[in-house]
Design a protein around this ligand. Structure first.
Ligand SMILES: [Cu+2]
Length: 115
């Protein structure tokens, strides 16, 4: 009988632990890492706010990215190769591919102006 109670307790504790994990996947932008699977590439669109070739970053006000459950927002993102930033300037409307490299790690693997 005591063992049964222990088993029930274990199941109960387990279900207590589950909801936060599931909620994390639904957090959208705040839960970046939880929602994003490593190795996946996602497509985004946005407007360039700043380009920093020295750091290899581009700041974009991106539209919502459904596949990542990200709402629209301003982000500074690393590019795979700073050469990709050549010719990009503030105000450009762009399309980009974003590779999920790891926890809170994203790289733009393609970025092109939309004309
Ligand atoms: Cu973002």
């Amino acid at each position: 009988m005591k063992a049964n109670i222990m088993a029930v307790c274990a199941v109960f504790l387990f279900t207590l632990l589950l909801p936060p994990a599931l909620r994390a996947a639904d957090q959208g932008h705040g839960g970046h890492s939880a929602a994003a699977a490593t190795g996946q590439t996602h497509q985004g669109r946005g407007i360039v706010e700043a380009v920093d070739p020295a750091k290899g970053t581009v700041t974009v006000e991106h539209e919502a990215i459904e596949s990542l459950r990200w709402p629209s927002m301003v982000m500074t993102l690393n590019v795979q190769d700073p050469a990709m930033l050549k010719g990009l300037k503030e105000g450009d409307q762009v399309e980009f591919n974003l590779l999920v490299k790891g926890k809170e790690e994203y790289y733009i693997t393609r970025i092109e102006p939309v004309r």
